[in-house]
Design a protein around this ligand. Structure first.
Ligand SMILES: C[S@@+](CC[C@H](N)C(=O)[O-])C[C@H]1O[C@@H](n2cnc3c(N)ncnc32)[C@H](O)[C@@H]1O
Length: 284
């Protein structure tokens, strides 16, 4: 299903990818990736996040893993000379249709530093870091693509399944699943906590770290029906978790959905934002 031309490998996390092939996972209708992304935008707090970015009008900016280009468009409205980059053709096609005046390029972020799009003054990467479990090495490459004193802003979740009350048994299983996905290089479900340390290890100076509110990922109290539907669809898409849990998957799904709908539901998931700069005398 995937390859360099089709997009990144099947991810596991916040947005994830297509409905499972030959969908036999329950009665829910498959919803296109584009529809899922469009719906998720309403639960994010993009303006709060963008207010924390040290953007100056006229700066050359890349929106890394731009998806549908919503943030690309917001960056342009803030005065940036921005290009959205992604390697998923379905998303790029939709981004170009939605924002015909903006520039979008197909690029594997693993090769960013070698791209003619660089050097740039700033990089924004929203919900992209988790796709790079070897984050420090990735950030070292992105560091090379920044001009001296350039900035980078990363937003990512931490502990996607941090929702209670859920039987303790599942916490142990999920910890093992997180570890398996990360060591296999597929996805880091605890990426948020690693943003600042990885940036520093890659040679950046961290200038800001905060937690953002998010109505889908880190809400408290029982889920609304639309948030619940989005979670059901996410669970449908999570082939890696289904394989990992095997026959226990449906039991996990029931317990997890019970947790989300419980009057006492609490989330310990965080959406973390970190802004960092390349030192003025930074090497390339
Ligand atoms: C979770 S989505 C976030 C989309 C958008 N930034 C947002 O906040 O709505 C992650 C995006 O990263 C892209 N992506 C993941 N790995 C990539 C890679 N190696 N090169 C380019 N894009 C990648 C995916 O195609 C997807 O559009």
């Amino acid at each position: 299903m995937t390859g360099p031309k089709d997009g990144p490998p099947p991810p596991e996390g916040v947005y994830v990818t297509y409905p499972p092939e030959g969908n036999g996972f329950g009665a829910r209708d498959p919803v296109s990736l584009v529809q899922q992304y469009e719906r998720q935008e309403r639960w994010r707090r993009c303006d709060d996040a963008l207010a924390r970015v040290p953007l100056h009008a006229g700066e050359r900016i890349l929106d890394l893993g731009c998806g549908l280009g919503d943030v690309t468009a917001r960056l342009q409205r803030l005065g940036a000379d921005v290009v959205g980059v992604d390697m998923n053709d379905e998303l790029l096609g939709a981004a170009r249709r939605l924002h015909p005046d903006l520039r979008f390029e197909n690029l594997d972020l693993n090769a960013l530093d070698a791209s003619p799009l660089c050097p740039v003054d700033g990089m924004w990467a929203g919900f992209v870091a988790a796709y790079f479990p070897r984050l420090e090495a990735t950030l070292e490459r992105w560091h090379k693509g920044l001009a001296p004193n350039g900035w980078i802003a990363l937003v990512e979740m931490d502990d996607l399944f941090g929702h209670t009350p859920c039987p303790t048994r599942w916490s142990r299983e999920l910890e093992r699943f997180y570890e398996e996905a990360r060591t296999a290089g597929r996805y880091d479900f605890q990426s948020g906590r690693r943003l600042a340390p990885a940036l520093m290890a890659a040679g950046f100076d961290v200038v800001h770290e905060s937690t953002l509110e998010d109505d889908e990922l880190s809400f408290q109290g029982p889920a609304t029906s639309d948030v619940l539907e989005a979670w059901q669809q996410r669970l449908d898409r999570m082939a890696g978790l289904r394989t990992f849990l095997g026959p226990s998957f449906e039991e996990f799904r029931r317990d997890f959905i019970d947790a989300l709908t419980s009057p006492g539901h609490r989330s310990s998931t965080r959406v973390v934002m970190v802004v960092a700069r390349k030192a003025t005398s930074g090497t390339t």
